[in-house]
Design a binder for this molecule. Structure first.
Ligand SMILES: [Zn+2]
Length: 279
């Protein structure tokens, strides 16, 4: 028997500027100044919204250098802590991925991290042996229709959900990211917060349908989509001029999140996979 259907709601916990690529190569202290205490300030009110419901938080490791209390607060509220990356940037070469896993080793051990969510949901097949080597048990780093838990060596891959509108895909090799080929193949990546920003009602209805069909959709949100930073649009204006696709990330989705939590059961990814391996 499959685990009981639930919404696998995940939070990629990163600073407000992370959707833009303009800040990736700045010295850490400049990113710290840009964050301006945002990730520290919003964690308590965000945890309050979950009100006993458990989910998985994938953390950007450098936030722990800036705000050391952050992971313990999340763990104390009963949520799972996973790795998003040590420094938020594209991680699509083996060398860079390994560097990131090494840089996060200490805090991952301390918080018993088992899961990995690649930045921008963009990774390579070679990530899976590396995840094994660095003591992870699962990943959620590609897009694919819900209901697929893929075995990649010893690593389980639980993709962020898409809805296949044409035919069901059969191959699930990384990268499977948000790009033109994904859309041409007819997959609607409703698990992305970009889609819940633009099509809130449609995404809610798809989630409801998938749960009724016995599946457990995987979706993600970011902290700045739950509590909007002050002057977010103004701060992000130049970035949006360069890349108008960033706009949906600036929309506040707290009402959407509350709606999901009110209507659907959730659990951490880790608990879901534990039940899955017993079934
Ligand atoms: Zn991210």
């Amino acid at each position: 028997m499959n685990p009981s259907p639930r919404l696998l709601l995940t939070i990629d916990y990163e600073s407000w500027f992370s959707p833009s690529r303009r800040y990736d190569l700045l010295p850490p202290e400049k990113r710290f100044a840009l964050d301006d205490n945002f990730c520290n300030q919003v964690i308590d009110p965000i945890l309050e919204i979950f009100d006993g419901k458990k989910v998985s938080f994938y953390l950007v490791g450098e936030l722990i250098d800036w705000y050391p209390d952050l992971p313990q607060k999340i763990a104390n509220a009963g949520h799972e802590i996973g790795l998003h990356c040590q420094i938020h940037r594209p991680l699509t070469s083996e060398v860079e991925i390994e560097k990131d896993f090494k840089a996060s080793a200490e805090w991952r051990k301390k918080y018993n991290v088992q899961g990995y969510r690649a930045p921008m949901i963009n990774t390579i097949e070679a990530v899976y042996p590396l995840l094994e080597k660095y003591n992870f048990t699962y990943s959620s780093s590609i897009y694919a229709p819900s209901g697929n838990v893929l075995q990649k060596g010893k690593i389980q891959e639980v993709p962020v959900s898409t809805l296949p509108l044409l035919s069901k895909p059969k191959h699930f090799h990384a990268p499977r990211k948000m790009d033109i080929p994904l859309v041409i193949r007819g997959e609607f990546p409703y698990g992305s917060s970009m889609m819940s920003g633009l099509f809130r009602k449609i995404v809610f209805n798809i989630i409801e349908k998938e749960l009724k069909a016995g599946m457990s959709p995987v979706i993600f949100l970011h902290p700045y989509e739950i509590i909007s930073p002050e002057n977010f649009i103004k701060k992000f204006a130049v970035d949006m001029l360069h890349n108008p696709l960033l706009y949906p990330f600036t929309l506040n989705k707290s009402a959407f999140l509350k709606d999901l939590l009110k209507n659907f059961p959730t659990s951490t990814m880790k608990d879901y996979l534990n039940e899955h391996s017993k079934s």
